[in-house]
Ligand binder design. Structure first.
Ligand SMILES: [Zn+2]
Ligand SMILES: [Zn+2]
Ligand SMILES: [Zn+2]
Ligand SMILES: [Zn+2]
Ligand SMILES: [Zn+2]
Ligand SMILES: [Zn+2]
Ligand SMILES: [Zn+2]
Length: 454
């Protein structure tokens, strides 16, 4: 019975020998055959005893007197003499030279050298037994996973590999560990199934934190009521009960919150308005610094031309510069006409009382010199009208003084009182027809020719 089992396991393991020969602990036989292991001995068995290892010689070689030794023992002897008779042997003689010797030798059988471990194979000396021993299931091997198993037989190798505690184990988390280390790995593995200590639900470790968080789904986690102003704080599983019992209170709180939000918004809007106003004021102030008020003196053409002029952005800009306007003080003698001063399209300083002139950047009275910077003394003001009959040129009025008043953005009430208009002698202005030059200041311009003149 035993023999049958062994034969079966040996026949199965034979191909495996190739795979794992590096791992063999029991390598090929080196010494001769133990005489005690021989099953069939020839009559001349003593003739084959190696005088070096005292076993039956393996690959017997010897001197011409047929003193035989194991081939390996003879190599180990290291001299070219026979260890027994000391004759010089140039080339050791094998058993092939004598058919009888060879037949005697090969007629002997021996147990497998692993018979002590249970192998019951008995085979002829030489290649037959040695081939078997290299494939014998009772030879010891190392485990390829490096475990420290002892006396691992070739026949048991395959099964051992399947169960070896050092075999690789690919964890779901992507890490490869030794099978035996799963326990310690599982203590930290994110994919290991664990139980929530609060609600006893099972989940992978990596999901636990989210499960127990305020936004998770553990019924035992304490959460705050999401309604703003509600002070309830309790287990998630109790929230529905709270929702039911506090429904009215919740409605009240939501309403309150909405009102507060509205008030907040209004407050923000009023703050924005204030900021906007402040910005406008600042802007206006900056304008008045960049474009200071100025004063025109000495003009005799019309009453009301003289006076203090302020930037008036409501009229827009002409050539990037603002329009100045003479403000009429409440109790001025001639308050009814507003005069504008601006820097025209054709780089002259212009004075007009007609807003249309500003819009079209055309002029009624213009200074002779171009590119005048403020402040300046303006000479030879001219009426651009072609109506020469009016002698509308203001040329005699050549010493108008325009001087800076200051950089403040004084309110109109803070202004110094307007000087009384200078006495106007209309006869000075033109050569004739004073009424023509004193009628409404919208003199009939020839706009086209003004433009081409410019
Ligand atoms: Zn020997
Ligand atoms: Zn000899
Ligand atoms: Zn064997
Ligand atoms: Zn192993
Ligand atoms: Zn893992
Ligand atoms: Zn839980
Ligand atoms: Zn609540």
């Amino acid at each position: 019975m035993i023999r049958t089992r062994m034969e079966q396991s040996e026949s199965k393991e034979a191909p495996e020998a190739k795979v794992s020969s590096d791992l063999l602990i029991d390598g090929p036989r080196i010494e001769g055959y133990d005489e005690d292991d021989l099953v069939n001995k020839c009559v001349k068995v003593d003739h084959f005893v190696c005088a070096i290892c005292h076993n039956i010689a393996r690959n017997p070689k010897g001197c011409p007197s047929e003193h035989l030794f194991c081939e390996d023992c003879l190599v180990g002897w290291g001299r070219n003499t026979c260890p027994t008779c000391r004759v010089v042997v140039e080339k050791p003689i094998g058993i092939d030279h004598s058919r009888y010797v060879k037949e005697d030798y090969l007629s002997m059988t021996t147990k497998c050298r692993f018979h002590g471990r249970g192998c019951d194979k008995v085979l002829h000396l030489g290649p037959e037994i040695e081939k078997h021993e290299m494939e014998c299931g009772h030879a010891y091997m190392h485990c390829s996973y490096g475990c420290e198993v002892r006396n691992l037989k070739r026949a048991e190798y395959e099964n051992h590999q399947k169960e070896c505690l050092h075999r690789p184990f690919s964890c779901e988390c992507g890490v490869t560990i030794m099978f035996k280390d799963r326990g310690s790995h599982n203590r930290t593995c994110p994919k290991f199934e664990i139980r929530c200590n609060e609600c006893q639900a099972t989940m992978k470790r990596e999901a636990l934190a989210a499960h127990k968080s305020v936004n998770g789904n553990c019924p035992k986690t304490r959460i705050p009521c999401p309604i703003e102003g509600c002070r309830w704080h309790g287990k998630r599983e109790d929230f529905h009960a709270h929702e039911r019992s506090a429904a009215l209170e919740h409605v009240r709180l939501l309403h309150k919150a909405a009102e507060e939000k509205n008030a907040d918004m209004l407050k923000k809007m009023s703050e924005m308005q204030k900021a906007f106003d402040a910005m406008s004021t600042k802007h206006a102030r900056m304008e008045s610094v960049a474009f200071p008020p100025f004063k025109i003196e000495g003009a005799t053409y019309k009453p009301g031309v003289n006076g203090t002029y302020f930037v008036d952005l409501s009229k827009g800009r002409v050539r990037g510069k603002p329009v100045w306007k003479r403000r009429c003080a409440p109790n001025a003698l001639v308050p009814e006409t507003e005069w504008f001063v601006f820097y025209s399209k054709s780089s002259y300083w212009m004075i007009t009382s007609t807003e249309r002139c500003i819009k079209e950047s055309k002029c009624m009275f213009y200074s002779e010199a171009k590119n005048l910077d403020f402040p300046f003394e303006a000479k030879k003001w001219k009426n651009n009208s072609k109506r020469t009959s009016d002698t509308a040129n203001w040329s005699d009025d050549n010493d108008i003084k325009i001087t800076e008043v200051g950089t403040s953005d004084l309110d109109i009430d803070d202004l110094p009182p307007l000087p009384p208009p200078p006495p106007i002698d209309f006869t000075e202005v033109g050569t004739s027809d004073a009424s023509a030059s004193t009628d409404d200041l919208g003199i009939n311009f020839d706009w086209e020719s003004w433009e081409s003149d410019a």
